[in-house]
Write a protein that binds this ligand. Structure first.
Ligand code: GLV
Ligand code: GLV
Length: 326
């Protein structure tokens, strides 16, 4: 069978995939257009894609032979899952392996903003450091503060648990109660408005979907403390970026740490010009170990799917229910 891979992923994954199938890997070191993806999957049985690929209805219906889509990401807002289900194509993601790695980046952003790490580095390199000064780059303490988690799933939970060393009060929003967090940290489930009002640090860990699009906008930012810091390592469109720029420019909040953007890879000039925001290029899962695990996981799913088995990380298991009840 034949598999199309939309961009080079870590070699151990490609080697494993090559042992099982005839594979074609996009040779250009860039994101393919939708048209190029459609061309790429011609005559292919499997598609191994990335979160940057628009896998919409048109792509999903483009190749009649296509029978498995394995994504190299945990978030799958870029894939039309209902179209895939309709066509009987299983879709898989890579949950779990990137949980701690993404939670670590969220903490790195939190500290970077709280203590002006990036600004301080730029300042120092520019030769502006003229000696210790009582009022130089004063930041925010982290210990004993209140941490607000929006979305207490895998990543939100891992992020919260890492606060143990900083003796923080933890509050969270989620559709479900997270008893593990409540037991481990004395965390409390609260409404979003209360979380925004009470938290010194707010970190977003919900997936992007209709209900979370622009979850944080002007109204929400106005409720936050003037000293608060907002962290987003989930998906850009969860925050109304225009409203965030306004909040940061007018100092409604202390700062923000972002790994994701509303229109990636575009970032507004206004956002880039602010020094109370730390910007990262969507590298939440970007460690050598984790990206390798993600590659192997995507490939394991592809192998299972093309063998007709339920992929271990299948998102739309209904596909198999349909098949067995037919
Ligand atoms: C990264 O953003 C992912 O969804 O894997
Ligand atoms: C994503 O993997 C999450 O559940 O937090």
């Amino acid at each position: 069978m034949k598999v199309f891979v939309t961009r080079k992923i870590p070699t151990p994954g490609l080697d494993l995939l090559r042992k099982e199938f005839a594979i074609t890997v996009n040779r250009n070191n860039r994101v393919l257009t939708k048209e190029e993806i459609i061309k790429g999957i011609k005559g292919k049985d499997g598609l191994l894609c990335l979160l940057t690929d628009p896998i919409d209805r048109e792509v999903i219906y483009a190749e009649p032979k296509l029978k498995m889509i394995a994504s190299y990401a945990v978030g799958y807002d870029n894939i039309d899952i209902s179209a895939a289900t309709e066509r009987g194509i299983p879709v898989s993601n890579t949950p779990g392996v990137l949980t701690e790695t993404t939670a670590e980046l969220a903490w790195a952003l939190l500290f970077s903003v709280a203590r002006h790490i990036v600004e301080g580095d730029t300042f120092t390199r520019a030769g502006k450091f003229k000696g210790w000064a009582p009022l130089l780059m004063l930041g925010q303490d982290v210990t004993n503060k209140t941490l607000g988690i929006i979305g207490a799933g895998r990543i939100g939970t891992a992020f919260a648990l890492k606060s143990k060393g900083f003796d923080m009060k933890v509050i969270y929003t989620d559709e479900q109660r997270n008893e593990h967090l409540e037991r481990e940290l004395g965390a409390k489930k609260v409404p979003l408005s209360e979380l925004l009002k009470e938290s010194d640090f707010v970190s977003i860990h919900v997936p992007l979907m209709k209900a979370t699009y622009h979850l944080i906008g002007e109204k929400e930012l106005r409720v936050m403390k003037k000293t608060a810091i907002l962290i987003n390592t989930a998906r850009g469109p969860i925050i109304n970026e225009k409203a965030l720029v306004k909040a940061l420019t007018e100092h409604w909040i202390f700062g923000a740490g972002l790994d994701v953007y509303e229109k990636e890879p575009e970032i507004s000039r206004e956002l880039k010009s602010l020094d109370n925001v730390v910007l990262q290029p969507h590298i939440g899962s970007g460690t050598i170990e984790t990206r390798t695990k993600m590659a192997l996981m995507a490939v394991d799913n592809m192998i299972a799917g093309l063998k007709g088995d339920i992929p271990p990380n299948c998102i739309n298991k209904e596909v198999f229910l349909k098949k067995t009840t037919k």
